[in-house]
Design a protein around this ligand. Structure first.
Ligand SMILES: Cc1cc2nc3c(=O)[nH]c(=O)nc-3n(C[C@H](O)[C@H](O)[C@H](O)COP(=O)(O)OP(=O)(O)OC[C@H]3O[C@@H](n4cnc5c(N)ncnc54)[C@H](O)[C@@H]3O)c2cc1C
Length: 408
């Protein structure tokens, strides 16, 4: 089949909060022909199916529910002059800044002066979590559950178990209740959960899912407790929550370097990936932050894209040093230094830990030289972001080894 070929100034892949904000900002700045491509039939990203409040930021002045936030984000991009096409999936690359797409109009090849990847993140499904047992209907992630309930009005079940204790587990519990489903328990393998659940939801800590049972429909979740006991929770629905991974497939197919910690593209404070002219923003970079953070990054990338288009971009090679973390820290973002003079959003790096740390002392060093020390005022908790100031960046040797971050 033949592909039609076109060129635009900026191509943005993904119309969630990050991609839409980037499109709005670039169009308002007069960056030329901006096109945002979205594989779903409706633009807006994850907020489209989050019917709870709590979506805020500059756009909403206080907070609205997800669908309202999505509508406002779409309206801001379109009214600024960005082109938005839905039902169009970017499937691969045909050159450094040329992508291949498939959509209602057929196959296309689009070349851009700059490409912004804003493909978001998704929860790891049951198969990727290596949960053994049968494969009956009734098994969801939070995103799938919300789409089934809020976008398609589907019936879910009657008794549900929610797995996970990241904040998104609250959203799963709320969605199940809105659908009239009884929540049997929230289960976490951690000894103590960082979350408190509203409305008397039983919370089982220190319990690991060892299998799912049921043939034509889920009938139970088998658990092994830390003390060696085993139990089966009878239910017809299970929701695997949290444990997000960046939707990095397109970046990976393009040979763009991924950070081993975040598993999103490695990037610097200007949102530049390993490929010149290809930028990345939003939860693709650090699964997951709030929608307002993704949108702030979308707005911030515009400056870097404008530099690229006008040829005033600082070369991205040599001077960028990787930032690496020692366990139990899991990752840091941005995870490359540079370019000179550009600071990360809000002048700080975001980090995650694999286990709870009580007010850790974070040390930044390079080649045995300490660049910075900072005591956190609060505990660092798995699944939640915490931050490291960026005011040591000018002390990095651009020719030195990777910069190391350790929790002491
Ligand atoms: C259940 C849940 C509840 C949440 N609650 C809140 C909350 O209360 N408040 C808050 O601030 N944040 C909340 N968040 C987080 C918020 O939704 C995210 O931070 C935000 O959506 C991230 O924006 P994004 O643009 O990076 O990614 P996304 O919103 O995921 O958008 C990415 C878009 O890219 C598209 N895409 C991917 N690949 C391709 C491709 N190859 N071609 C074309 N299109 C593609 C996807 O279809 C998607 O629309 C919640 C998240 C979840 C999962």
């Amino acid at each position: 089949m033949t592909r039609s070929e076109r060129a635009v100034d900026v191509l943005i892949v993904g119309a969630g909060p990050a991609g839409l904000a980037a499109g709005a900002e670039l169009a308002a700045a007069g960056a030329g022909r901006i096109e945002i491509l979205e594989r779903e039939q409706e633009a807006g990203g994850i907020p489209r199916h989050c019917h709870h409040g709590g979506f805020g930021g500059r756009l909403t002045r206080g907070g609205v529910n997800g669908p309202a936030y999505a509508r406002q984000s779409v309206a801001a991009a379109v009214s600024a002059g960005a082109g938005l096409r839905t039902g169009v999936t970017v499937t691969g690359w045909a050159g450094p800044r040329t992508v291949e797409t498939t959509g209602p109009g057929g196959l296309e090849r689009i070349t851009a002066g700059a490409v912004v990847l804003a493909t978001g993140a998704r929860e790891r499904p049951r198969s990727a979590r290596l949960v053994p047992g049968s494969r009956p209907p009734g098994v969801h992630t939070t995103g799938e559950l919300q789409q089934a309930v809020h976008l398609y009005g589907q019936r879910i079940g009657t008794r549900a178990v929610v797995i996970g204790d990241e904040p998104v587990a609250h959203a799963a519990v709320d969605t199940l209740r809105a659908a009239g489903v009884h929540v049997v328990a929230v289960v976490t393998d951690r000894p103590a959960a960082p979350l408190r659940f509203r409305q008397r939801t039983p919370l089982l800590t220190g319990a690991t899912v060892t299998g799912l049972t049921g043939r034509t429909r889920l009938s139970g979740v088998s658990l092994r407790h830390d003390d060696g006991r085993t139990t089966i929770l009878r239910c017809d629905t299970v929701v695997f929550t949290g444990d997000f991974v960046p939707d990095h497939e397109l970046a990976r197919r393009g040979g763009i370097t991924l950070d081993p910690g975040t598993r999103g593209p490695a990037y610097d404070a200007a949102y530049r990936t390993s490929r010149p002219g290809v930028f990345a923003v939003g939860n693709l970079l650090h699964a997951v932050e709030r929608a307002g953070v993704a949108a702030d990054e979308g707005r911030a990338v515009a400056v870097s894209v404008l530099h690229r288009l006008s040829g005033t971009d600082e070369p991205s090679g040599g001077g960028r040093r990787p930032l690496v973390v020692d366990a139990p820290l899991r990752w840091v973002a941005p995870n490359l230094t540079g370019p000179g003079g550009v600071r990360p959003l809000k002048d700080r790096f975001v980090l995650r830990t694999a286990r709870r740390l009580s007010r850790p002392l974070l040390a930044v060093s390079q080649d045995g030289r300490e660049l910075h020390r900072q005591r956190l005022l609060l505990p660092a908790v798995p699944g939640r972001p915490f931050h490291l100031a960026a005011d040591w960046l000018e002390r990095v040797d651009p020719h030195g080894s990777p910069v190391r971050i350790t929790a002491l």
